[in-house]
Write a protein that binds this ligand. Sequence first.
Ligand code: MN3
Length: 204
Amino acid sequence: MAETSYQLPDLPYDYNELEPVISAEALKLHHDKHHRGYVKNLNTALDQYHEAERKKDLDKMVALQSAIEFNGGGHINHSFFWNCLKPQKKGGGEPPKGTLLKAIKEDFTSFDHFAEVFSKASVGVQGSGWGWLAFNKETKNLEIATTANHGTLTNKGLVPILVVDVWEHAYYLQYKNMRPDFVKAIWSVLDWGTIEKRYNSLTS
Ligand code: MN3
């Protein structure tokens, strides 16, 4: 492997700790198979890219962009997603209390209304994608956004605060085709402490 070798990050909890919201089997499959696959394919694409760059093969470099975008976005988004979750017994699901709660109330009237709008947007993603809460550095407001496939928020000028993976592989094993049930359940394992720290680091 060349100079650019990305690694699958460890999860900040055990595979069984998000149960019953995400089963150990589903989480292991998602992390150890899906996420690992994106990391492997990213490293392969980057190696090929550097090789093409050395050979000044621009055609090949351009052709590799979509593999880098897809697998690199997959690695970025999954790494972020794992750090938005926390076992319930360790405080997962406890709603924010401080500055982030205040900002959510300002931008979405209430936490409940925010939860409703965020869930609706995430459930409504067509095909595979992600539901986001993000900070807009220009307007200083919170925004709900979605991206398709492994799209990241960076080229939308938004800084991510929270993400939920709504690809079928994130829920199909337990929830079958019922994405709304998965999105409803995920609220009880969201790590609002970490999410709020992210928000504070952007606004302080
Ligand atoms: Mn996924």
